[in-house]
Design a protein around this ligand. Structure first.
Ligand SMILES: *Cc1c(COP(=O)(O)O)cnc(C)c1O
Length: 406
């Protein structure tokens, strides 16, 4: 499997935007280090090129949900940054992670036992971050399990099996900074940190803030912030501000050429089930991206409610009718002069009023995170660099236009 490089539709990812976004995030959290979260193929942007750009922008840590993602970063030659991984089940390749100098989160007693076993097999101390569930109700140790496990972790540290590097947690309402649950989690987190430090832990990093908290809640930046979506230039709090309000630039542009243009009569349906019917003689265009490529079927359009936005020839139109597996149709309007081969942009930086991933999220009833991460593996990611001279020389960078297979 892999992207067919000659496929006309593509997701263009500007590495300069990723570098600049990390610099902006550092400026929002001047007292903290930045962990760029690159899980899920860097939110669909391509793991290694995106991670490399984030490091060039100043990220000293990379965050990967899954162990194989973390190992892939090391295998690609990213040796400098610290890497943390946090989501695994019994039997995960933790020994390989320890050998690759990947930090491991521990969220359960069984996980701690497996980390110790892995460290002994690797012959070196595992770097551990204890995750405490301060109220999200997802992963992490409950406060009482945290207190119960802590002495065993410190004993294992004294034995040389582990190094307790961090205590961390994740917020349920970071995107609603005024929500009382945020304050309650802050208090619970401070309590867990105090418990660990009182017991003798010498923590390198305490960390709680995702993108939203990095941008809106300086009091909880601690030693390390963990932005994901903002690294890619999308706002984690669209109700409070768009990317530009936070100094961010969307990195991904999803585009395709028109592959068919034709006249279509008044009163005629378009696409499956004729959910959209033309009002007048018009010209329609075909765009070769569909739900298999991540275009949400919920962004289908009717005459009353236009579907997901498309920039065609300088105007923003809506998907007309059902989003299909491989394609969508657009009503170009009477007398339209667009031609096969003309470029259609589904979303991009939003400059000049163009559509954004956030616009698609609104139409589809979801969040921009889902719009970019769901772009399918057959869509080539084309990495470009709009500011090649600004690259940090010490960091290997992909060539100016480099198609990366998913
Ligand atoms: C995904 C994730 C992040 C990044 O979240 P954003 O909202 O994308 O900034 C941070 N921490 C954890 C534990 C995560 O799972």
């Amino acid at each position: 499997m892999g992207a067919v490089s000659s496929y006309p539709a593509r997701a263009v990812v500007d590495l300069a935007a990723i570098r600049s976004n990390v610099r902006s995030l550092s400026a929002h959290a001047p007292s903290a280090q930045v962990m760029a979260v690159v899980k899920a193929d860097a939110y669909g942007h391509g793991l290694v090129p995106s991670a490399t750009a984030a490091v060039a922008g100043g990220a000293t840590w990379l965050g990967a949900a899954q162990v194989p993602e973390a190992l892939a970063l090391r295998a690609a030659g990213l040796a400098g940054p610290r890497i943390l991984t946090w989501l695994y089940g019994p039997g995960a390749p933790l020994r390989e992670a320890v050998e690759a100098d990947v930090d491991l989160s521990v969220s359960a007693h069984w996980a701690f036992e497996e980390v110790v076993t892995a460290a002994r097999a690797a012959g070196r101390a595992a770097r551990v971050h204890l995750k405490v569930d301060t109220g999200l109700g997802r992963n992490g140790l409950t406060a009482s399990d945290f207190a119960a496990l802590l002495p065993a972790v410190l004993r294992a540290e004294a034995d040389g099996a582990v190094r307790l590097v961090g205590v961390w947690s994740h917020l349920a309402f970071a995107d609603e900074p005024e929500h009382p649950a945020v304050r309650a989690q802050e208090v619970a987190f401070a309590e867990a940190v105090r418990l660990a430090e009182d017991a003798g832990a010498r923590l390198e990093v305490r960390h709680l803030a995702n993108s939203a908290a990095t941008l809106t809640n300086p009091s909880i930046h601690y030693d390390l912030v963990r932005p994901g979506i903002a690294v890619y230039g999308l706002s984690p709090v669209p109700q409070l501000g768009g990317p530009a309000d936070f100094g961010l630039v969307p990195a991904m542009t999803l585009e395709a050429p028109l592959v068919n243009v034709k006249e279509w009569p008044a009163g005629a349906g378009m696409s499956y089930a004729h959910q959209y019917v033309t009002e007048r003689d018009t010209v329609i265009g075909l765009v070769p991206l569909g739900y298999a490529d991540g275009v949400p079927r919920h962004a289908s359009g009717t005459a009353d409610a236009p579907g997901g936005p498309l920039l065609v020839g300088g105007r923003v139109l809506g998907v007309a009718g059902r989003v299909c597996m491989d394609q969508v149709v657009v009503d170009l309007g009477p007398g339209a002069t667009d031609r096969a081969g003309d470029r259609v942009e589904l979303f991009g930086t939003g400059a000049g009023g163009g559509p954004t991933a956030e616009d698609w999220a609104r139409v589809a009833g979801t969040i921009s995170y889902e719009i970019v991460t769901r772009i399918g593996p057959r869509v080539p990611r084309v990495h470009v660099d709009s500011e090649p001279d600004a690259r940090v020389d010490a960091v290997p960078s992909p060539s100016a236009e480099n198609e990366v297979r998913a």
